[in-house]
Design a protein around this ligand. Structure first.
Ligand SMILES: [Zn+2]
Length: 55
């Protein structure tokens, strides 16, 4: 097996694992009716670098 194929297979397996692990969490999350608060990174994603609000 060539290395690019091996790497692609590993990445595919990892992505599948992550999705399989994250799906129950996401489904559970959306079934929770109340606000999770600003601490919840899902409701308030911190993926984008955000400057502090001057106000
Ligand atoms: Zn949340």
């Amino acid at each position: 097996m060539s290395t690019p194929m091996y790497v692609t297979g590993v990445v595919l397996v990892l992505v599948t694992l992550v999705i399989a692990l994250a799906t129950p969490f996401v489904l559970l999350h959306y079934r929770i009716p109340y606000e999770h608060g600003p601490e919840c990174w899902w409701c308030h994603p911190h993926l984008l670098p955000r400057r502090r609000d001057p106000r």
